[in-house]
Design a protein around this ligand. Structure first.
Ligand code: DX5
Ligand code: ZN
Length: 218
């Protein structure tokens, strides 16, 4: 299953509802929501109130990417806000195993993310208890950055690792994914593509339709 997960970080927040409607009309099923705390990453974005408002207005699968320290503190609040999946950074969790377990216990899908320079072995032991691994293809914190080429190899190695262990886990890539880089990630084994600036800088509906078509044809 391939999915496009448009990141609202690059949307116009004055027209957030309209922007989301546009990608929904394009046939997208996922929506990527970047929560930043100003500590794990330099920037601060938004939190539960925004997610609750989005939840009330759309039925997309809410793929929530938590770039926050010790996300275990907020699992029930994100569930109450309407998240369908929580992805936590391995670098931000003292107790990664129990954090992932609690996300699932709360009734959400669980994902684990790693930064470009974090080695894959950090997530190896939890591959059996996650629904998705997010390989950051830029350093997290901002939209519109350039794809880091060495991350392609990491996606390939993760795909191999999952195959060896006979595990059915989604691989998401996030950062600098656009026309020029999406095939690199797909060929390496990624099946969920986050796209922020590639979709929302310009005509969101047309962009989302174009990328959806490319994914369907892949
Ligand atoms: C970056 C965020 C991304 C961001 C991607 O820290 O996790 O989801 O919105 O933006 P683009 O697609 O513009 O690189
Ligand atoms: Zn993200």
């Amino acid at each position: 299953m391939y999915q496009l997960s448009p990141s609202i970080l690059s949307a116009d927040f004055m027209k957030l509802g309209e922007e989301i409607k546009k990608v929904e009309e394009a046939g997208v099923e996922w929506l990527h929501i970047d929560v930043m705390d100003g500590i794990f990453v330099p920037s601060i974005s938004f939190g539960m109130p925004v997610i609750s408002s989005v939840r009330k207005k759309c039925s997309l699968f809410l793929d929530v990417h938590l770039m926050i320290e010790e996300p275990a503190r907020y699992i029930s609040q994100f569930k109450a806000a309407g998240a369908d999946m929580l992805t936590v950074h391995a670098e931000a969790c003292k107790h990664l195993d129990s954090t992932l377990y609690h996300i699932r216990e709360a009734g959400m899908k669980a994902g684990v993310a790693i930064n470009p320079a974090t080695p894959l072995c950090v997530v190896e032991e939890v591959l059996g208890i996650v629904d998705m691994v997010l390989i950051m293809t830029v350093n997290p914190g901002f939209g519109g950055q350039k794809y880091i080429p060495y991350t392609t190899e990491k996606v390939k190695r993760l795909k191999e690792m999952l195959k060896d262990k006979n595990l059915d886990v989604d691989i998401e890539v996030d950062g600098g994914i656009s026309k020029n880089t999406m095939d690199l990630a797909l060929d390496a084994g990624a099946n969920i593509l986050v796209m922020g600036s590639a979709i929302f800088n310009g005509e969101a509906k047309e962009n989302a339709m174009m990328y959806q078509n490319r994914l369907e044809a892949y």
